[in-house]
Design a protein around this ligand. Structure first.
Ligand SMILES: [Zn+2]
Length: 215
């Protein structure tokens, strides 16, 4: 069985790529958030323990997370592959995962790191505007209407901008992501794992093709 880990900054399209891998290759995506929510919904012992912690927006401690991962692997022993999404989050979790897989005579084949160009990402998000009539999305840097001020689709002349996705928000999100992820990637690099950097700024299908080539 293949074990893959996927990393990707906000805006990298990591979720989309994970879903495509699941659909095309029967690889099962494991996200600790989803596992926890499933336990809570099922009302299991672990779920009861975690419900309060999750309600407070916190993460349960590693003992619980590790238990869930083991249960997931036991239940999915017939899968062609497992893709870890949003796990490991810390070096401690990464150490645990390597140990667990070694015990099972398995290993991580590839770590997929979907990179984004911060400047491009900022332009993508802060340049976005939409037709107020039909909702067609434009971007002042990448996709302006062919006639300035007139929607290509419906001919309307009113446009609107969303205020919540501004340059500062994007920068903060990126910084938090880098700080959390860099030590885990360094750890994997030190262990000589195969880390593949994929350019997440390309179209979805191109990114997917790059990932397929390294599977
Ligand atoms: Zn329009």
């Amino acid at each position: 069985m293949k074990h893959l880990v996927i990393f990707g900054a906000p805006g990298s399209g990591k979720g989309t790529q994970s879903k495509k891998l699941e659909e095309k290759y029967g690889i099962r995506v494991v996200s600790t958030g989803d596992l926890l929510r499933a336990e809570v919904a099922a009302g299991s012992e672990i779920g009861k323990t975690c419900a309060d912690i999750i309600a407070q927006g916190k993460f349960p401690d590693n003992a619980i997370i590790f238990k869930l991962i083991e249960l997931f692997l036991d239940k999915n022993s017939d899968a062609k592959g497992i893709l870890y999404d949003g796990f490991p989050r810390t070096v401690e979790q990464a150490e645990y995962l390597l140990t667990l897989l070694t015990q099972r005579r398995e290993m991580i084949q590839t770590v997929i790191n979907i990179g984004v160009d911060e400047d491009v990402l900022i332009k993508r998000i802060s340049g976005r505007f939409a037709c107020a009539e039909c909702g067609e999305i434009y971007n002042k840097y990448f996709k302006t209407p062919s006639t300035e001020g007139v929607c290509d689709v419906c001919g309307a002349e009113n446009f609107k901008v969303r205020s919540d996705d501004n340059e500062e928000t994007v920068k903060t999100r990126m910084m938090m992501y880098e700080e959390a992820t860099a030590p885990v990637l360094d750890f994997f690099r030190d262990r000589d794992l195969n880390i593949i950097l994929v350019d997440g700024m390309q179209p979805v299908d191109v990114v997917f093709h790059q990932i397929e080539n390294i599977l």
